[in-house]
Design a protein. Structure first.
Length: 582
């Protein structure tokens, strides 16, 4: 990206920073910008930091709103153990893509006692960018106050998204309570910054933790269940492939989860009480580790085993391909994870009996995922409240061999039996069997012969309360769009000519299709239905909420309830309008 140029996003994406809302001080206080989770503005932050520097130069105590007790952003530089003071941060427009852009320079300020401070980094909150300031050539070198630009080591900030979906630091405890066994026989931590307190295994890399699990399975009395806690929000550039792949033997369960492993005190002992991290404890909140690299898993159960192992991933951001190698794995579950769109979730095809993962069930829940490519031998795929996106225009859910084709129209193979519930699929789909409810299949055909959604066994299964594109070959439909709207229109124009019916059909198919605020991952409104999306889709789910991945937000009901409540309290002659922040 260039020397001194960084993004707050670990993926290198431009995305606005958000304000962690502060609680209002009194019931009578009107909500201000600082009290709502809105995108941060340059002017508001720049004005406060400018006023802060003026106060320090004048020897006065600075006032903080955005940079008070809980700063909206912090920057930690290399070689330092404490984040920069707010006055050392400059807020400006970092439009370094423009040819006329000039790099900002550091500024020096003096306090009344003679001490000095300087600005060290520039931040653009509306783009999510950071720049390490350059020395000012007009400034005379000061041997008492030297300056050398330093790279950022870590940042603290808040980002925006539509809901608790995908890998994120939000509370995920409830999702794991029903998955974790009552007793864990093996638990380790992974952190680049959190040390062990009582000799418990805390590794610096995920690779070391995976090697410890694989090694433990070769020992006498190996653990039946294990947990790897990623205890911080750092980036881990590791390829867990080949000899370093995760191994899941027969009957084993392994959980790789973003969570804190809390420290507890032994209350039975007198002070100072000994501290430890007991196995089985975790707090699945406040962590979003980023794995930059490919991850492979292989089930090593015997071919005749009826109890192959299971791998569960929770709260992770994966920037790489997730591959199930040829073998015998029983389950792969992504719970509140993000597999970056553009990467693959692939079950490797095999012709070797007992090595085709015949008992494998792949489950995606509240996750964002790239293309899902599964062989027909896989037992099944279940996707709920998730978003599956193929930005390359090939297949979102299909057989691996079909994905490799240059022309999607030549696809001839089919994926496993699939169940989709309240999800959004952005890409072509090719399946053996399909059960779908409240799903948006958002890809549009490129011509009359282009079948973007095709199911082989259409005599089995059902698609209900979903948006199904034109020409799709699916099982029987129930209250799907645009079929429902077409039937209503044609019924209202009974007796119309064939030409008139064809005109109505083209009109409905043209406007009744899903539209999104953004389809670029990293944007706050990614995957969110646009306000201009037809109401038949925004309220087309079984309970009147929106179809697709964000149906759990109940946006339609919340908006309707708000409008009703506003009408009860408005003065006579006034009308209320809603302005959506994101």
């Amino acid at each position: 990206m260039g020397p001194g140029r960084y993004t707050f996003s670990s993926l290198g994406l431009d995305a606005p920073l958000f304000n962690p809302p502060q609680t209002e001080a009194a019931l009578t206080q009107l909500a201000q910008e600082i009290n709502v989770p809105a995108p941060l503005r340059r002017r508001a932050l720049a004005d406060e930091l400018r006023a802060r520097r003026r106060a320090l130069v004048a020897g006065e105590a600075p006032k903080g709103v955005y940079f008070g007790a809980n700063a909206v952003l912090e920057v930690l530089l290399e070689g330092s153990s404490q984040p920069l003071e707010p006055e050392e941060i400059e807020v400006c427009n970092l439009d370094w893509d423009h040819p006329a852009w000039k790099a900002p320079l550091t500024q020096v300020f003096a306090r009344p006692d003679g001490s000095k401070f300087r600005t060290r980094v520039a931040v653009d909150p509306e783009r999510g960018r950071l720049f390490t300031l350059l020395p000012n050539p007009a400034e005379l070198p000061d041997p008492q106050f030297p300056y050398t630009p330093r790279n950022p080591k870590a940042v603290s900030y808040a980002y925006g998204f539509s809901g608790d979906l995908g890998g994120g630091p939000y509370n995920r405890r409830a999702s794991l309570e029903g998955l974790l066994p009552r007793t864990l026989q093996w638990q380790v931590g992974v952190s680049q910054e959190i040390p062990a307190v009582a000799g418990e295994p805390v590794f610096k890399t995920l690779l070391e933790a995976v090697q410890a699990w694989n090694s433990a399975q070769g020992q006498p009395n190996p653990p039946q269940s294990g947990l790897i806690c990623l205890m911080d929000s750092r980036s881990y550039a590791e390829n867990l492939t080949g000899a370093n792949a995760l191994l899941i033997p027969e009957g084993r369960q392994l959980f790789v989860v973003a969570a804190d492993w809390p420290v507890v005190e032994d209350l039975t002992q007198p002070p100072p009480r000994p501290k430890s991290r007991p196995p089985g404890r975790l707090v699945a909140e406040g962590r979003r580790p980023h794995l930059r690299g490919n991850l492979e898993v292989r089930g090593t159960a015997p071919a005749t085993s009826a109890n192959p192992g299971v791998l569960v991933l929770g709260g992770l951001l994966l920037e790489g391909d997730l591959t199930v190698r040829a073998g015998h794995l029983g389950g792969l579950r992504l719970e509140h994870c993000t597999l970056l769109p553009g990467h693959l979730l692939l079950v490797e095809p095999s012709t070797t009996p007992g090595q085709r993962n015949e008992r494998l069930e792949v489950v995606l829940h509240r996750s964002i995922c790239g293309s899902v490519l599964l062989d027909e031998a896989v037992r099944g795929l279940e996707v709920s409240e998730s978003l599956v996106h193929d930005p390359q225009g090939k297949f979102a859910i299909a057989h691996p061999a079909d994905f490799a084709l240059a022309d999607p129209a030549q696809a001839a193979l089919f994926g496993p039996p699939t169940r989709l519930v309240r999800s959004t699929v952005l890409g072509r789909v090719r399946l053996k069997e399909l059960e779908a409810s409240e799903v948006i299949f958002a890809v549009q055909p490129e011509g009359p012969e282009d079948v973007v959604l095709r199911v082989e066994r259409r005599q089995k299964g059902c698609v209900c309360f979903s948006y199904v594109p034109e020409g799709a070959r699916v099982p029987r439909r129930y209250r799907c769009q645009p079929d429902l709207e077409l039937a209503r229109r044609l019924e209202a124009t009974a007796g119309a000519s064939q030409a008139e019916k064809e005109r109505i059909r083209r009109e409905v198919l043209t406007w009744l299709r899903p539209s999104f605020s953004s389809l670029r991952y990293g944007q706050p409104a990614y995957g969110q239905l646009a306000p201009s999306c037809p109401e038949a889709i925004r309220t087309g789910a079984e309970d009147g909420s929106e179809m697709g991945a964000f149906g759990f937000l109940k946006q339609a009901q919340r908006e309707a309830n708000l409008r009703i409540a506003l009408g009860e309290y408005l003065r006579f002659g006034l009308e209320a309008g809603l302005f959506f922040v994101t």
